[in-house]
Design a protein around this ligand. Sequence first.
Ligand SMILES: Cc1cc2nc3c(=O)[nH]c(=O)nc-3n(C[C@H](O)[C@H](O)[C@H](O)COP(=O)(O)OP(=O)(O)OC[C@H]3O[C@@H](n4cnc5c(N)ncnc54)[C@H](O)[C@@H]3O)c2cc1C
Length: 457
Amino acid sequence: METYDLVILGGGLAGMCASVEAGELGAHVLLLEKQDELGGSTVLSSGYMAFAGTDMQEAAGIIDSTESLLDDMIEVGGGVNDLSLVNTYGCYQLGTYSWLVEHGIEFRALEAVSGHSVPRGHIIDPHQAIQSLYRRVKNFPNVSIRFCAPAKRLLKNNEGRINRIVYDFNGVEQTVLASKGVILASGGFAKNEDLLQQFAPQLKGALRIAGGGNHGDGLMMAWEHGAWMQDLPYLNGTYGFHPTATGAVKSQGLAFYKGGIIVNQLGKRFVNESISYKFLGKAAFEQPEQISYQVWDQTVMDKSVFDDPLYDFELLRRRRLLYVVDTLEELADCIDVPLEVLEDTISRYNQGIQNGEEQDFGRRTLTHNYGKPTPIEKAPFYAFESTVAMLATYAGIAVSAAGQVINPYGETIPGLYAAGEITGGFHGAGYMTGSSLGKAAVFGRIAVQSALVEVII
Ligand SMILES: Cc1cc2nc3c(=O)[nH]c(=O)nc-3n(C[C@H](O)[C@H](O)[C@H](O)COP(=O)(O)OP(=O)(O)OC[C@H]3O[C@@H](n4cnc5c(N)ncnc54)[C@H](O)[C@@H]3O)c2cc1C
């Protein structure tokens, strides 16, 4: 039987960081990728990574710290995050940023997004990142990648240790031995309707945008061997997609984090727009016919960021996804809401934020604790019909801070490790932008280190 030290399942960011780490540590590794290419949800992502205290922030005059990053993460996560995972992220985040830079990943800009008290979304081009890691891996004689090779089941040896993987290759079932460990890096289940129906029936009707191979295979393989689950009650979609959005083509805009408001079909606001776009998604789904619009003015439009995955509002305009009008009367007509209600909504909002805090929903900032909203008053006015998409599941199998998969009794499952979106516990009740790619990179490497040195907790 073919034998390796480590077998890694999945070639997204977690699996690729794990492969490079293992390659550098001299381990004999096989990466199995279900699809015919690498990247999973990673290459569809907006590319924001949450790091604090970086040279980029320093150059931009932004004062940030690991402590502030963790505080935000825990606040957004409703205080139910697994603190051992969050603190581990804190210990490794800055080193991981440097590691990624040293391994050729290009960070091109900084923005404040969901959950950030300062701009700390370090933006990568996810394709460039995966390609860069792949180039490294190809140079390691000790690391092999097999494409179109979906893992199917995990098997234990007589001592109860997971040490074999059954997978399909060229239409034939194969079994491979992993003497030091199996690392599950197979992503979430945003493309598995059965699992979504089971665990997130509230998201019926939400768009599904995720890697084509993200069916939760790794979760099921881990469940068979007793893995515990975390964060299932907090499955949420993400707000801000045009209803026609299908996938990689960008049809997302977060004008509300630059000062836009969100109104329902009655022309009324229904939420504090500065909160996490996951919670915005929940609120938007409760509105009549689940329809809502982001509304903004030229002051906000002027903050459009060229080529940014979330803030390029000019791109949305060029793609004819925006209503652009000169008066509120025309705006009300375009989005079919009562004019007098829309005027009242905007006038109350403008008055409120000019007084420092609007009374209806308590908005004081643009995103989380960052930025100051401006009144919506300068024509032309813009509206963007927006809905919710299931992008990333986040709820996942329980792991220790060393990336070992654990059972409901808190015991490790020997030989089994996991990293990336397949793991739960880290985000708690809410997700801070950039923390998912961040955790994939941080914990992908940690899982390898643990497997190779047999960390026992
Ligand atoms: C549109 C969108 C925007 C996003 N934006 C951001 C963002 O800006 N910042 C952020 O932090 N997060 C973002 N996310 C979430 C983030 O992209 C993912 O959570 C992260 O990329 C997960 O990385 P991963 O390596 O764990 O999984 P993935 O990148 O999904 O990789 C998993 C891989 O495993 C493979 N696989 C699955 N099953 C098997 C099997 N049985 N055998 C072998 N291989 C298998 C898959 O084919 C896939 O290649 C976004 C997600 C989407 C969809």
